[in-house]
Design a protein around this ligand. Structure first.
Ligand code: KIV
Ligand code: ZN
Length: 508
């Protein structure tokens, strides 16, 4: 039978979280895991349990809550790592362990200081050890693309004999080219005698911007699992982007003849969620989910699309869940019914209380902004939702600045029902605002990164601010969107502070 299904293995929560500055909270990880399950991801790598108690707990939490996707944990070829994975994923309905060990000469000589024979022994022993407690075992020879071919074939044959059911071929440092990587996969198929008992997987980093191309080349040459992340986040330059790989296979089905189990309509939502949790803004020109991916600027293109969409569009924005500007736009005369109807159409599920709160904010926004687009609604809901623990609320903000006067702000915050006001000056209105907030909360907040983007086009667009902060040595990301960018800046800062407060609350 022709094997025309490609399994999607998502590693946003493990390799993705290894991206510098992308630390996510346990709550955010669970929310992402739910989003991945809605997408129809086959296997979710939820973390590296032995690395910290936080990671262990978070993998266990994901394992407890997912119903359909298989939950996987990463382990080095060490028994304590394997035990940690087995324990963490125990509550999951479907489970997998992912064991890795470096195989390239450079890693053996400089990192592990071991011979090839010792490496084969370690790999085989660890797979055999795991096999006693689980039968879904993935093995990765780390830095496989730079590993001597004969050694790669040998170790794969041995781990398959020992019980591995998937062999993953990492291009760990993103060094390969598509033809070369495809040849590695073809070589494995032709030279590992027992490879038929296993699924071959790709895992391609994006250091040369070839992660997706290499993954697709792997698939063309027989790989039937792709490891990838939402928005392509991952160690260094990142990993292959799931939305690009899947839409590549779907859009060019005529070429690949292969399908996945992914519900592509969930991509836009998942991308926003991962961007929000990781603090990594999606560039406007990002394929599939970028703000410009379906915008046409040139008159010739616009004319073409109006006459026939396919002249300049190879994908339908609706197929990836990108909100459409066509049809009904909400405004200040839109009622509760239209608002709820639009939320439903966008697949946004909220409790009655949250709908009521969101509707108040929508009315407020519609007063300031003539037309409220789907993107505005997403920003508004995200701002209103996830209020795990709202310690501080912004009650009032007065800001004065100009080219010849020192910026001055007056901030009023509410904490435990009590309002407090602070006036402050600074290098700019945002700086002044942050000084006032720090003084009111009595917290030392380190601002690591600040970015702002407009949610839609037009002068009255919502400004969405993302801040990366460090509080008490830990990273917290805050995000907020309003039509006033100083207010959005203040709210994003408060959002990060509230996440810190939520964590302190949990520790108590
Ligand atoms: O890039 C890599 O080699 C990895 C392994 C752990 C699979 O992430
Ligand atoms: Zn990796």
């Amino acid at each position: 039978m022709k094997n025309d299904k490609v399994l999607i293995f998502d590693t946003t929560l493990r390799d993705g979280e290894q991206a510098p500055g992308a630390t996510m909270s346990a709550e955010e990880k669970l929310e992402i895991a739910f989003s991945l399950e809605r997408l129809g991801v086959d296997i979710i790598e939820a973390g590296f349990p032995v690395s910290s108690k936080g990671d262990f707990d978070s993998v266990q939490n994901v394992a407890r809550h997912l119903k359909n996707s298989c939950v996987c944990g990463l382990a080095r070829s060490i028994t304590k790592d394997i035990d940690a994975v087995i324990d963490a994923i125990k509550p999951a309905r479907h489970r997998r362990i992912h064991i890795f060990l470096a195989t390239s000469k450079i890693h053996l000589q400089h990192k592990l200081k071991k011979s090839q024979d010792e490496i084969v022994k370690m790999a085989v022993e660890s797979v055999k050890y795991a096999r006693k407690r689980i039968d879904n075992i993935e093995f990765s020879p780390e830095d496989a693309s730079r590993t001597e071919k004969t050694f790669l074939y040998r170790i794969l044959e041995e781990v398959i004999k020992a019980g591995a059911t998937t062999v993953n071929i990492p291009d760990t440092v993103g060094y390969s080219t598509p033809r070369e990587y495809g040849a590695v996969i073809a070589g494995i198929r032709n030279n590992v005698p027992n490879i038929g008992r296993c699924v071959i997987s790709t895992h391609c980093h994006d250091d040369l911007g070839l992660g997706v191309a290499n993954s697709l080349s792997g698939v063309e040459n027989g790989a039937r699992q792709v490891e990838c992340t939402i928005n392509g986040i991952g160690e260094r330059a990142g990993n292959a982007s799931m939305e690009e790989v899947v839409m590549g296979l779907k859009t060019r089905w005529d070429f690949y003849g292969l399908s996945t189990n992914i519900n592509t309509k969930e991509f836009y939502r998942a991308s926003r969620l991962v961007s929000k949790a990781s603090g990594f803004i999606v560039p406007p020109n990002k394929a599939v989910v970028g703000a410009n991916a379906f915008r046409h600027e040139s008159g010739i293109h616009q004319d073409g699309v109006l006459k026939e969409r396919r002249t300049y569009e190879i994908m339908n924005p609706e197929d990836v869940g990108v909100p459409s500007h066509e049809g009904l736009v909400l405004g200040k005369h839109s009622g509760r019914h239209a608002f709820i109807d639009r939320l439903k159409r966008l697949g946004i599920v909220l409790s009655e209380t949250d709908v009521a709160l969101a509707f108040v904010r929508f009315k407020d926004l519609a007063d300031k902004k003539k037309e409220v687009y789907d993107e505005d609604l997403w920003a508004l809901i995200e701002d209103e939702g996830h209020r795990t623990h709202v310690a501080y609320t912004l009650v009032d903000l007065i800001s004065t600045s100009g080219s010849n006067i020192a910026p001055r702000v007056v901030v009023t915050l509410q904490y435990k029902g009590k309002k407090q006001t602070k006036e402050s000056t600074g290098d700019g209105p945002v700086d002044a605002c942050y000084k006032a907030i720090e003084s009111l909360t009595q917290l030392k907040v380190n601002l690591l990164d600040y970015s702002i983007k407009s949610v839609t086009q037009g002068k009255d667009a919502l400004g969405e601010v993302t801040v990366k902060t460090s509080i008490d040595g830990q990273a917290f990301i805050g995000r907020a969107a309003t039509t006033d960018i100083i207010e959005a800046s203040a709210k994003a800062y408060i959002n990060a502070i509230n996440k810190f407060m939520a964590q302190q609350n949990l520790k108590r």
